[in-house]
Design a protein around this ligand. Structure first.
Ligand code: NA7
Length: 538
């Protein structure tokens, strides 16, 4: 067997975080490469090619902010840009900064083992290659491990069938076809609304509805883009100063300070405002207070009833088991109107569950549905899934999978005790899962870069988060989540996925920090200023 190739730093993943991380490491002059499992770069935006896939963060807050030239050169064509354009953007960035030569594709890391004597990580790839690295930085994604249901007969279906994450690169014919979509999370809601007009028949297999509000997409003209460019500093400053990292300044008033009429006036305005304004600019009380949340939920329910012609269908689309914004809020474009179409049928799995998949379609307890295509929009093993499928063995040989069996434990989502020289971008218990993703990514990458610069300047060859310091951070993560109404909800924010063992209803994990982007940044900046207390450096 040939000797493993060695690099000072290996970054895992060429998605949004890995791309920016390699740029920063190359600029520092470190010997660094990216190993990417897929055959090309882009991560989430390389994989999720399903119709309707697009940002629900404003495009101009999703792009990188690190280069003025890049900001000046790129024209976002839509307020909420679609997957093909997002992938083009990431390729544009990589080509502009010549980063492709630092990337190795079809390089899925399956195993990582810490060698204490040599103080290196040994990496084993699915393709048989081996690498060693002094430091490993992971950008393996928060929603990169798709989860499939396990209905009997799934292999027997004779039509096309795939998870939305694996939607093929080749065009998938939809015209004239009978399509079944399983799942009504953010993904299902995007697909359903997008294909409803095109397909012959669309059967939506819904187990539980989600709350959803309008996305408000629109094109961005040359003039508007010029205006956005002139305001980039202001836009990024607003994002940096707000809890969720969005370009929506918060509502200063409390729910209880205003009359029901004034609340409704605000909600009417927010319902018509694009993006996550309805969360970011709402009364903060709706996230913490049952009464405020109930009134808000009733408001959104009334908007759904207004939009769906058949009152019985409208009731099925209104969540009854959780309040508004206590699970990840999907944003939609004509989703509710899709159900007013004669070719779209809602199959309520809470009344008639799926029994099995057959050669021709789906059999519920009530009926058989003949289908040509089954789309599994069934979600992900979120945040820790990408970790669980690797065999990561730290100091003493313990596996990360075992250490995190009941939930992750990290130091600011950046490191984890017992696993030296390992840094995480978008790590569990950071703000990557809980705030505007790329804004959080830049915060994480900037911190990691400064830390690695410090470590290498010191000539240190080993670092590890201290157990007691990590415990303190986890306590803060738990406390922040426990304050919120979402703490007991069944969504990926709390680690729920009915198709992943140990993640079913009734299990709750602390996967993200809910104390807000500004507080998180302030906390990790303080670590830098104070010379990294909580980290042992040798
Ligand atoms: P989500 O939000 O986890 O949604 C998955 C959906 O699939 C949800 O409605 C599930 O219903 C449903 N599901 C899962 N398994 C089944 C089975 N076996 N039968 C029927 N329905 C099922 O994933 P998304 O991909 O929509 O969104 C993930 C994130 O990606 C999104 O928030 C964005 O940040 C990007 P359930 O709730 O379990 O009853």
């Amino acid at each position: 067997m040939s000797e493993p190739r060695h690099h000072e730093v290996i970054v895992l993943g060429a998605g949004v975080s890995g791309i920016y991380q390699i740029k920063r490491l190359v600029d520092l002059g470190l010997d660094a490469i990216v190993l990417e499992a897929d055959e090309d770069l882009g991560g989430t935006w390389y994989r999720n090619r399903y119709p309707g896939c697009r940002f629900d963060s404003e495009s101009y807050t999703y792009g990188y902010s690190f280069s003025r030239e890049l900001l000046d050169e790129w024209h976002w064509k839509e307020r909420f840009s679609s997957q093909p354009e997002n992938l083009r953007y990431l390729n544009f960035v990589v080509d502009k900064f010549g980063l492709r030569r630092h990337m190795r594709f079809e390089a899925r890391v399956e195993a990582m083992r810490w060698d204490e004597d040599r103080r290196v990580w040994e990496l084993g790839l699915a393709n048989g290659q081996r690498y060693t690295a002094r430091f490993v930085v992971t950008g393996i994604g928060v929603l990169s491990t798709p989860a499939m249901p396990s209905y009997p007969g799934m292999d027997e279906f004779e039509g096309d069938a795939f998870h939305t994450y694996w939607w093929p690169k080749e065009p998938v014919p939809l015209e004239g076809r009978r399509v079944g979509v399983i799942g009504t999370g953010a993904t299902g809601i995007q697909v359903i609304a997008d294909i409803a007009e095109v397909v012959k028949e669309l059967f939506v297999f819904q187990r539980r509805p989600n709350w959803s509000t309008p996305l408000g997409n629109s094109p961005i003209s040359e003039e508007e883009m010029a205006e956005i460019r002139s305001r980039y500093d202001e836009i990024f400053a607003t994002c940096a100063g707000t809890h969720g990292g969005f370009d929506h300044p918060p509502e200063p008033r409390r729910f209880g300070d205003v009359s029901p009429e004034e609340r409704k006036a605000l909600w009417d305005e927010l319902y018509a405002t694009p993006g996550f304004a309805i969360m970011a600019r709402n009364f903060a009380d709706i996230f913490f207070d049952e009464d405020a949340n109930r009134e808000m939920s009733d408001y959104v329910a009334s908007r759904i009833r207004d939009r769906v012609d058949d009152p019985a269908v409208a009731e099925k689309l209104i969540p009854k088991d959780h309040g508004f914004a206590t699970q990840r809020l999907p944003l939609e474009t004509n989703y509710y109107e899709a159900y007013n179409r004669a070719n779209v049928h809602l199959v309520d799995l809470s009344e008639t569950p799926i029994e099995r998949v057959t050669r021709q379609g789906i059999q519920t307890t009530a009926e058989h549905y003949d289908l040509d295509l089954i789309v599994y929009a069934t979600g992900f093993d979120a945040i820790t899934g990408a970790w669980d499928r690797m065999d990561v063995r730290g100091a003493g040989g313990a596996t990360l999978r075992d250490a995190w069996r009941d939930g992750p434990s990290t130091y600011f989502g950046l490191m984890t005790h017992g696993f030296p020289n390992l840094l995480m971008l978008a790590g569990p218990q950071s703000v990557s899962g809980s705030t505007n993703f790329p804004r959080a990514i830049e915060t994480g990458v900037d911190w990691v870069t400064a830390f690695l610069e410090h470590v290498t300047k010191q000539g240190a060859t080993r670092f590890e988060a201290r157990e007691d310091a990590e415990k303190e951070w986890v306590e803060e993560v738990v406390a922040a989540q426990e304050r919120m109404l979402m703490r007991r909800s069944r969504g990926w924010f709390t680690g729920y996925n009915a198709n992943v063992e140990g993640h079913d209803a009734g299990t709750f994990r602390y996967l993200a920090y809910w104390g807000g982007a500004p507080r998180y940044k302030e906390r990790i900046d303080r670590l830098t200023d104070e010379g990294y207390p909580g980290v042992e450096l040798e």
